[in-house]
Design a binder for this molecule. Structure first.
Ligand code: C2O
Length: 508
């Protein structure tokens, strides 16, 4: 289980330097996090987790490792909908792993992960028995009703779209709007959610339901840690394909201060920049190799990555404005980035889809060039230089009252009706809304930077849908229409209403 070689030569910071030196795990050792699939209840890692969870539940409230108090760390500090989402949850898992080592006595405990793409069934070790017989059991309405995680939420298409994200903020949600420092006040301010977060992450939370469906209580359910280990595994896999994390100091230098615990319960503070890679944190994943429909690497310095950087800088410096009309950001030797937006005052509802049209005044073919390959899910290295992306940002979203709402998005689907299915080639993707209860409370008070809603933004990759429609060579279009169709299982259709105040299209 211990693999020293994986650590030697990795050249990172060690657990000891990070203040996490566990007297139990040999210094510099790396454990392997394995898939829960096929693990029996007496698997050494599962058994250790089970013992430790039982021990945490039995600890008095005065011990910060008490199960409820450890879950409260999530309620009090977790960032969602911004670029601290991935590193914060990575650190929370490391903290949990340390506590489990200490309390289970298994010095090389490695947290298992639940790869819901390969394994749609709920891990049986967590649903067997009852509260008294199994410390990993938890009441879960979504599981009791027969969990169905569809391809639209966790399927290979979704994962390959996520894995081809051209920069860190397109992969793991973007910086809070207006952020100008690495001060900890920015930790929970809203940025843009991207697909990894708004689709599989939020969707699996809502599908399981119960505590998992509510930010304040989610990590009281032990499955939380295996769900997040899979999110963390995808991040590690994205890096393994040559993609770099954000170089921005506002990201790297923020410190999660007095959020986390070391194994003995003492505070563990960690800087985002020290959470960049897993070997320095003492673990790696076994199967970084499946199941991805696409094997696309986007190394640092790729033209699309650089163009996206130019766009983000222009936004940060307030150079784009927000009125109508297309804007062009000229990037020497890289080409142009085009940005256009449209305001919106209407809500989308399950019986009345919303269409927001963004006029471009030129065709996609003129802007991208006829050789452009949109999204490039299946492209080899030879098309790499021609890879292009089209993103739609839904800004200042008034979130649905019904947290179980699922939102389908389409592009240029003029005859969209409530019955249009996701097999339509103009379907882009779907979103869920974990954490919308916070957005509604936090909306007014958290509006220190000029928005009236706390919902933040959603960033939707339209590239693959447009490619399926033959763009940029196909039918000439000088507008992009983004269609939104919410749905929910609850009878009250207005509770699923969603209204973005502005739709912005970014073409690069
Ligand atoms: Cu902070 Cu999946 O939750």
């Amino acid at each position: 289980m211990l693999d020293r070689r994986a650590f030697i030569g990795a050249g990172g910071t060690s657990l000891a330097l990070l203040g996490l030196n566990s007297p139990l795990l040999a210094q510099g050792a790396t454990v392997v996090r394995r898939s829960v699939r096929g693990m029996t209840a007496n698997d050494p890692d599962l058994a250790a987790m089970s013992r430790a969870v039982a021990a945490m539940k039995a600890l008095p409230q005065s011990d910060p490792r008490n199960w409820t108090r450890f879950a409260d760390i999530h309620r009090n500090f977790c960032p969602h909908g911004n670029w601290y989402f991935l590193p914060w949850h990575r650190a929370y898992l490391v903290s949990f792993e340390q506590v489990v080592r200490e309390l289970s006595g298994k010095a090389d405990f490695a947290l298992p992960y639940w790869n819901w793409t390969a394994d749609r069934a709920f891990p049986s070790a967590f649903s067997a028995g009852n509260r008294n017989s199994n410390p990993l059991f938890h009441p879960r309405p979504g599981v009791a009703n027969g969990l169905r995680l569809g391809d639209d939420m966790v399927g290979p298409q979704v994962i390959s779209r996520v894995m081809q994200s051209p920069d860190f903020e397109a992969f793991g949600s973007s910086r809070p709007r207006g952020q100008d420092s690495a001060a900890s006040q920015w930790q929970r301010r809203p940025g843009s959610r991207t697909e990894l977060e708004f689709n599989p992450h939020d969707g699996v939370h809502q599908s399981i339901g119960g505590n998992m469906g509510v930010v304040d209580l989610a990590s009281r359910d032990p499955i939380f840690f295996l769900h997040h280990a899979n999110i963390d595994r995808l991040w590690s896999g994205w890096n393994a394909r040559g993609n770099a994390n954000s170089p921005e100091l506002a990201w790297r230098n923020l410190v999660f201060n007095r959020n986390f615990l070391a194994g003995n319960g003492s505070p563990w503070d960690v800087r985002v920049g020290d959470l960049n890679a897993t070997p320095a944190l003492g673990y790696r994943y076994d199967g970084d190799d499946s199941p991805f429909a696409a094997e696309v690497a986007m190394p640092v310095g790729d033209p699309v990555t650089e163009k996206l950087r130019g766009y983000r800088q222009a936004v940060a410096r307030g150079l784009l404005g927000s009125g109508p009309g297309i804007r062009r950001i000229e990037m020497p030797s890289l080409g142009s980035v085009y940005v256009a937006s449209a305001d919106n005052g209407t809500a989308a509802s399950p019986d009345r889809p919303l269409a927001v049209t963004v006029p471009l005044s030129r065709s996609l073919g003129e802007m991208l060039g006829q050789d452009a390959v949109l999204g490039a899910a299946s492209s080899g290295p030879e098309t790499r230089g021609n890879r292009r992306y089209v993103f739609a940002f839904l800004h200042d979203v008034d979130l649905p009252l019904d947290a179980a709402t699922r939102l389908r998005t389409f592009v240029n689907c003029q005859e969209l009706t409530p019955r249009t299915t996701i097999d339509d080639q103009r379907y882009a993707t779907s979103a869920s809304f974990f954490g919308s209860e916070h957005a509604q409370h936090g909306g007014a008070s958290g509006s220190g930077h000029g928005t009236s809603t706390g919902g933040g933004s959603l960033c939707i990759d339209l590239s693959q849908a447009l490619a399926r429609m033959g763009q940029p060579r196909g039918p000439r279009t000088d507008r992009l229409t983004v269609q939104l169709l919410p749905s929910s299982n609850s009878g009250e259709s207005h509770a699923s209403n969603i209204r973005p105040r502005r739709v912005e299209v970014v073409i690069l």
